[in-house]
Design a protein. Structure first.
Length: 281
């Protein structure tokens, strides 16, 4: 079960790094978020509906409440992340955010969910987190706002991870159904702000349709893999997803001409070792 969860997390890391690269290159804001969120809701609706018909899961008020709470947490996460990308490099913001999140999530799992990861697994978490932080050690003048946004993003990553773990494992809500409900909630929360700007939203769709569709598919897919892993494994295994910062850092350096390659090689090695320790622990 642990190995299966880690495989899901690594697959998620690849999809997650890909959509973050697209979002950084696009320099999108709330309107871009709303448009690709609409694509996500439309694309995954038939799959979620089929699952409801076939499995008939019990979706009471508690499940709906968790979806609504998750929508709010993820909305804050996306807004902060996109602002971070507007303020700084992908290879700075992505590692800081993604390494802060699992550290806080692991601590939260121990405090709120009574999880007790082994010392080997904890060593793996620390290596992954430390590697993610080292990748961001070279900072350019004026990068402080980007770091602040990244740290705040990490706080919300930890918050929604613990929250969603309770929904998919505690309440037993199917991950795909839960994800679709959360995406729909986020779309509704953003709509009052975006609809008066619908001309801009339409222009975003016409001009950046390929990027919108790619992020609209990859973003839910990446988190669906995480939710599936959380339904069968402890929260601390979410750190296995943190291979994403390595992939994102390479993309930033190679594809976006960002600096800091030499200092980040030891960090990449540490993160790979950390993944191995998680599997062993």
């Amino acid at each position: 079960m642990t190995v299966t969860a880690l495989v899901l997390m690594v697959a998620s890391a690849v999809a997650h790094a890909a959509w973050n690269y697209i979002a950084k290159r696009r320099q999108g804001g709330p309107i871009f978020l709303w448009v690709f969120n609409g694509v996500s809701v439309a694309v995954y609706a038939p799959l979620a509906a089929a699952l409801v018909v076939l499995q008939r899961p019990a979706l009471g008020w508690a499940a709906i409440g968790f979806m609504a709470g998750s929508a709010a947490l993820h909305l804050a996460y996306f807004v902060l992340l996109l602002r971070g990308y507007a303020a700084g490099d992908l290879s700075l913001v992505y590692p800081v955010a993604r390494s802060t999140g699992p550290l806080l999530a692991t601590a939260g799992g121990m405090i709120f969910l009574a999880e007790r990861p082994s010392s080997v697994a904890l060593a793996g978490v620390l290596l992954i987190v430390g590697g993610g932080l080292v990748t961001s050690s070279e900072r350019r003048p004026g990068s402080l706002p980007a770091v602040v946004y990244a740290l705040l993003t990490g706080v919300f990553i930890a918050a929604y991870t613990i929250w969603d773990k309770q929904a998919v494992s505690g309440l037993g809500v199917p991950p795909l159904v839960y994800l679709w409900g959360m995406d729909l909630g986020r779309l509704l929360l953003l709509s009052p702000w975006v609809l008066p700007r619908r001309a801009e939203a339409l222009a975003t769709w016409r001009t950046h349709r390929r990027e919108v569709v790619a992020v609209g598919i990859l973003s839910p897919l990446a988190y669906l893999l995480v939710l599936t892993a959380l339904s069968i494994a402890p929260v601390y295994l979410v750190a296995g997803r943190e291979l994403g910062p390595l992939i994102g850092t390479v993309m930033g350096i190679r594809l976006l001409a960002e600096g800091g390659a030499r200092r980040r090689v030891p960090a990449a090695v540490a993160m790979v070792i950390g993944i191995g320790l998680l599997a062993a622990g």
